[in-house]
Design a protein around this ligand. Structure first.
Ligand code: HSE
Length: 291
C-alpha cells in the first residue's frame, strides 16, 4: 500500500491566467492505493458526495487507466470540490504519484504531470495543467505548451473559501474573447513582476504581480462579497489579493507578520456581505509526497 498527501493549489495568480500555479501547504487530499485486479474508488471527506466513484468519471481512476496500474484507491478529500483550489487536480496528482510508487514505475515527476493532466482532461473536458503541475512539482509553476518552468518559493499566503458555488463552466464563460493591447501590456508587466517576486520570495512583488484587469474583474462579479473581502485584506496588510483559480476561493499574499490579520479580515469581509467563509493560513508548499 502507498499513501500520498497531495496539496491544494491556486492557479492563475491573476496575471498568469491558465499559465501560473502555486502549491499550497494546506489544505490537502490524502490518497491511498493498494494493488488490485481492477480499479475501484472510494471517496470520503469534504464534498465527497459530489465526487463520482466510477473510475471512468474520476480523475484518479483515469490516471490509473493511463498508467495501466489497477488499484483500490481511497481518496480522503481535504480540498473541497469546485472551490478554486485544485480539488480534482489534487486527487489526480495524488493518484499519479501513489500509483507510480506502488508499481515502481519509472516516470519522472514531469511525466506524471502529463498523466495527471490527462485525468483532469477526461473528467473536466479541459487539460489545464496549471493545477496538476504545482500539485506534483510543488512551488510556483509556469505551464506552457512547450514545457513547464518551476521554482520553489517561501511565502506567506492566505486562501479564503466562501460558502458559495461557482461552476468552472460559468467562470470560463465570462472570460473575454479578446483584449486591448494596453491591457495585454499591463498583464505582461504584472506577470513578469510576479515571476521575479517568486524567485526572490518577495511578498511585495508577488502581491503587485497579482494585479490584472482582463479576467479577474469578470470573475469577481460571480463571487458575492469579493470586493469587501479584498478591501478588508488590503487594509490588514495583504500585498495583493485575487481570485484563486476559477473561484470562488480568494488568494491573498502578505508578509509573515500580517498573515493572521489578513486571514481574519478576509472572513470578516465576506461576513459583511452575509457570506460565510473559511480562511486557511498557508504557504507556498511542496508537491505530492509519499507518506
Ligand atoms: N486556469 C483555470 C481557470 C483553472 O482559471 O479556468 C481552473 O481549471
Amino acid at each position: 500500500m502507498t499513501t500520498v498527501r497531495a496539496p491544494a493549489t491556486s492557479a492563475n495568480l491573476g496575471s498568469g491566467f491558465d499559465v501560473f500555479g502555486v502549491a499550497l501547504d494546506r489544505p490537502a487530499d490524502v490518497v491511498r492505493v493498494e494493488r488490485a485486479a481492477e480499479t475501484t474508488i472510494e471517496v470520503t471527506g469534504t464534498g465527497a458526495s459530489f465526487i463520482p466513484e466510477d473510475p471512468a468519471d474520476n480523475t484518479a481512476g483515469v490516471v490509473a487507466r493511463e498508467l495501466d496500474a489497477p488499484a483500490h484507491i481511497r481518496i480522503d478529500k481535504g480540498v473541497r470540490p469546485s472551490s478554486g483550489l485544485g480539488s480534482s487536480a489534487a486527487s489526480a496528482a495524488g493518484a499519479a504519484v501513489a500509483l507510480a510508487d506502488l508499481y515502481d514505475l519509472e516516470y519522472s515527476r514531469r511525466e506524471l504531470v502529463r498523466v495527471a493532466a490527462e485525468g483532469e482532461a477526461a473528467v473536466s473536458g479541459d487539460a489545464h495543467a496549471d493545477n496538476v503541475a504545482p500539485a506534483i512539482l510543488g512551488g510556483f509553476t509556469v505551464v506552457r505548451d512547450d514545457g513547464i518552468e518551476h521554482v520553489d518559493a517561501d511565502l506567506a499566503l492566505v486562501v479564503c473559501l466562501p460558502d458559495l458555488v461557482v461552476s468552472t463552466r460559468d467562470a470560463r464563460g465570462v472570460v473575454p474573447e479578446s483584449a486591448a493591447i494596453e491591457d495585454v501590456v499591463d498583464t505582461v508587466g504584472s506577470a513578469a513582476t510576479l515571476a521575479i517576486g517568486m524567485c526572490r520570495s518577495d511578498p511585495v512583488r508577488v502581491g503587485r504581480g497579482l494585479e490584472e484587469h482582463l479576467v479577474t474583474p469578470a470573475r469577481a462579479d460571480l463571487i458575492e462579497g469579493y470586493h469587501d473581502a479584498c478591501e478588508a485584506a488590503r487594509e490588514a496588510g495583504a500585498t495583493g489579493v485575487t481570485v484563486s483559480g476559477a473561484g470562488p476561493a480568494v488568494l491573498a499574499v502578505c508578509r509573515d507578520r500580517d498573515q493572521r490579520r489578513v486571514a481574519s479580515a478576509l472572513v470578516d469581509g465576506f461576513d459583511d456581505a452575509d457570506v460565510e467563509a473559511t480562511a486557511y493560513r498557508s504557504r507556498v508548499g511542496d508537491g505530492a509526497r509519499v507518506l
